[in-house]
Design a protein around this ligand. Sequence first.
Ligand code: PLP
Length: 404
Amino acid sequence: MYSIDKSHKLDNVCYDIRGPVHKEARRLEDEGHRILKLNIGNPAPFGFDAPEEVIKDVIVNMSQGQGYCDSKGLFAARKAIAHYYQQKGLRKADVDDIYIGNGASELIVMAMQALLNNGDEMLVPAPDYPLWTAAVTLSGGHAVHYICDEQADWYPDLDDMRAKITSKTRGIVLINPNNPTGAVYSTEFLLEVIEIARQHKLIIFADEIYDKILYDDIAHHSVCSLCDDVLVVTFNGLSKAYRACGFRQGWMMVSGPKQNARGYIDGLEMLASMRLCANVPMQFAIQTALGGYQSINELILPGGRLRKQRDVAWELINQIPGVSCVKPKGALYMFPRLDPKVYPIKDDQKLVFDLLQQEKLLVVQGTGFNWPSPDHFRLVFLPQEEILQDAIGRLARFLKSYRQ
Ligand code: PLP
C-alpha cells in the first residue's frame, strides 16, 4: 500500500467556492435531492443567455479557429479590447499589452506566477474573490489581507492597507466592482490607492470583471484610466457582462510605465507562450461582444431582471432577525452579516453545511472569501424572484434554529 500526495505547493491553497460543501451538494444531488444553488456566479443556468450575435459569430468562425494563434490572442479581438479601454479613458492602450486567456482565472494565476518570489507579499482585500489569495499562495507569495469596512459601504480601509506595506510588498489587488460585497469604488478612492502604489512602487492588479454590472446609476472607473505613471494590470472577460462563463474568455492588459517592468513582461510572455494560446474559436466572440449591442444594460436598469432580483433578495435578507446586508452597487452577490450576539457561530463552514443538509440550499461561508471571522456568507442573486423568495425563506427557517 502506498499513497500519492499532492505537492506542498498546494498546502495552503484554498478555493472554498468549490470546496467540501460544494462536494457534499454534488453527493446529495447524486442521491436524487434537488439543491437550490446560490453559490456560483454562473448566469447561464439561470436563464441569462449570451447575446445571440456573439454565439452566431463563434459558430460562423469555427472553421477559422482550428489552429493555434498568437500566444497573446487574435489581433482583432485584442484590438477590440484596446478600443474598449481607450473609450474608458486610457490614452495608450496597445494591442501588444493585451493577453487573452482561458478566462480571467488563467491570467490571474499567470500574473502572480510571473511576479512573485518565495516570501513576496501581495495586498489582497478581505473579503476577496478567493482565487486571488490562492494564486498568490500557489506562486510562493504571501497574501496580506487589507480589511474592507462594512460600515463604510465595504470600501477598503486605506490606513490598514498602508500599515500592511513592507519591503516585500509587490502589489495591491483591487476587485472593483467587488465580489463578494458588491462595492463599487469612486474616482477619489481609486486616486488614493494610486498614490499609495506610486509612493511604494507597487503594481495595481485591477480585477474589473463586473465593470458593466452596476446598479443605482453608479459609474465604473477603470483604475488604468486614472494614471499613467503606475503599472496597472487590468483583468476582464466575457463571463459576466456577456453571460458566457463557459466560453472561458478573459483578458489582461498591462498599462503604465512598462519600461520599468521589462523583466515582468518577459515573464508574462514566457508563461503565455508555454500554454500556447487560449481557445481560438471562442476568441471570435470578443470583438462582437464588445462592439455590439450591450444587452446587459437591459438587465441592470430599473425594471431589469438583475436589478429586480437584487432588490428583492436584499429586502428579504434584511428582514431576517439578526441579519443585515449592505446593498450591493454592482456584481451578482450579497455578503450578509450574521450578528454574533444572535448567532454565536464558531465554524461558518459547518453553518453552510448544516444549511445544505437541512434546507437543501447552497451558499458559501464568509471565511471562504478570506473574511477573518465566521459571521458572513455569500449568496448569488441570479435565480428568478420566486426562487430567491423560496431560498431566503428556507434560510430564515434554518437560521431560527441557530438563534441564541
Ligand atoms: N474575478 C472575479 C472577481 C470573479 O468573480 C471571477 C469569477 O467568478 C473571476 C475573476 C474569474 O472569471 P473567468 O470566468 O473569466 O475566469
